[in-house]
Design a protein around this ligand. Structure first.
Ligand code: AMP
Length: 415
């Protein structure tokens, strides 16, 4: 028996109500904030990701699905959404539009991870990017959108974590301070952190191991090393967040797992589980477009994991609207009745009434049982007698009440 590959799953019909609900909420909120949808290919040149996400990140080092295609090109299944949007922004000359350009996506993401609850090898993200401005009001708007999105889903008990990790001007000074601090703890660090200290010291701050976390808590804070411009930017952002009444917490250990971030970084986490179960995160990436060959173009974005949103909706017992289903079942007995039923089903569907027609030659009892298990409200029954008289029997499936009506009155009755 074949099974879905480890870390992937089928989204069965019974799960679809949650997915459609979230997609609808995404579309609604993005429209409200002026973001337009973009869909990029599932794979890109590997270099796009190595250059943007960064060679020394977990994603590039350990998690990418990379292969050579038949022409010898190095291809990678997208391990995140931002790089493709930036590539598209450059490729299609979107810098010629009024800035910032605001785009959103809902897409599958591929990462070779150790599968566990809320962590998969293929998952889906909703993300958005505002490209072309470094005004802190844009940061506030992007954070507000994320917060209001979760509000619109009725998800509560979330925390908004915020930090500023500076720019290429002030970050080197901070990294030196960080390395100096960690130099006296090298023996206490986990093996991953020992490597991080050499290759990507910022990531030392978000190790999830208890001892490493304890060390990180007293580490130098990036906000104490910001240059004048970054400091002003961060202070203005905080002022706007207060104005918008967003309950942020400045978290000195928040750094995010991708190298392209500059200045603002933020995450939205369930209060109870914290960083282990982050629902979504984002931040500024003011150098990325330039890094990919464009003019200097500041930008900011956010992405949230859809599976994790669903896990939290279920945990908080938040109902989602059920999907519309056909309301009518057509049952029949006999060959002539079958012809009538087939014609009737088609006629009703053309008027917009959803119909499921019995298929095959089951007994009437079995057909009614099927209608019941489909949760259908009304069954239309046609037998020889009804064919003869030009009528149908309309049965209310909840009360079992039945009445006979002329077939040409059925549509009006159902409407
Ligand atoms: P990231 O691109 O790592 O910032 O991820 C953005 C969001 O996607 C996270 O906050 C999670 O909600 C979700 N996410 C990331 N990786 C996974 C994964 N392997 N499985 C499920 N969801 C994930």
């Amino acid at each position: 028996m074949y099974r879905a590959p480890r870390g992937t799953s089928d989204i069965l019909p019974k799960e679809q109500a949650h997915w459609r609900h979230i997609e609808q909420k995404v579309a609604d909120i993005c429209q409200l904030y002026g973001y337009e949808r973009i869909d990029a290919p599932a794979f890109e040149d590997t270099q796009l990701f190595t250059r943007s996400v960064g060679e020394d990140t977990d994603i590039v080092e350990k998690q990418m699905y990379t292969f050579q295609d038949r022409s010898g090109s190095q291809i990678t299944l997208r391990p995140e959404g931002t790089a493709s949007v930036c590539r598209a922004y450059l490729e299609h000359g979107l810098h010629n539009l009024p800035q910032p350009v605001k785009l959103y996506y809902i897409t599958s993401i591929f990462r070779y991870e150790r599968p566990q609850a809320g962590r998969y090898r293929q998952h889906y993200q909703f993300g958005y990017e505002a490209i072309g401005d470094d005004d802190p009001t844009l940061d506030a708007e992007v954070i507000d959108l994320a917060w209001q999105f979760f509000e619109s889903l009725n998800l509560h008990h979330l925390s908004l974590q915020l930090n500023s990790i500076g720019c290429k001007k002030c970050r080197p000074g901070y990294l030196t301070a960080l390395k100096d601090y960690y130099a006296s703890y090298t023996h206490d660090l986990c093996s991953d952190c020992k490597t991080r200290l050499k290759r990507n010291p910022l990531r030392l701050l978000d190790c999830k191991k208890p001892l490493c976390q304890q060390i990180a808590n007293s580490a130098p804070r990036s906000i104490d090393y910001l240059c004048q411009q970054c400091d002003t930017h961060f202070n203005q952002l905080k002022k706007y967040l207060e104005l918008l009444e967003l309950p942020f917490i400045v978290n000195h250990c928040l750094v995010r797992g991708l190298d392209y971030y500059t200045r603002t970084v933020f995450e939205i986490q369930p209060e109870a589980e914290g960083a282990q179960s982050t629902l979504g995160g984002g931040g500024r990436y003011d150098d990325l477009i330039e890094e990919l060959g464009g003019k200097p173009t500041p930008a900011i974005g956010f992405a949230a994991g859809i599976e994790r949103i669903i896990i939290n909706l279920k945990k908080q017992n938040i109902p989602v609207p059920s999907l519309p289903k056909p309301r009518v079942f057509i049952a029949y007995v006999g060959n002539e009745a079958r012809d009538k039923a087939t014609k009737l089903a088609s006629t009703l569907r053309r008027t917009g009434i959803g119909v499921i027609e019995a298929i095959g030659s089951k007994s009437l009892k079995a057909q009614l049982r099927q209608a019941n298990s489909l949760g259908i409200h009304h069954t239309v029954i046609i037998g020889d007698e009804e064919v003869e008289a030009g009528t149908v029997i309309l049965r209310d499936m909840t009360t079992a009440e039945q009445k006979t009506i002329p077939i040409d009155q059925l549509e009006g009755e159902l409407q």
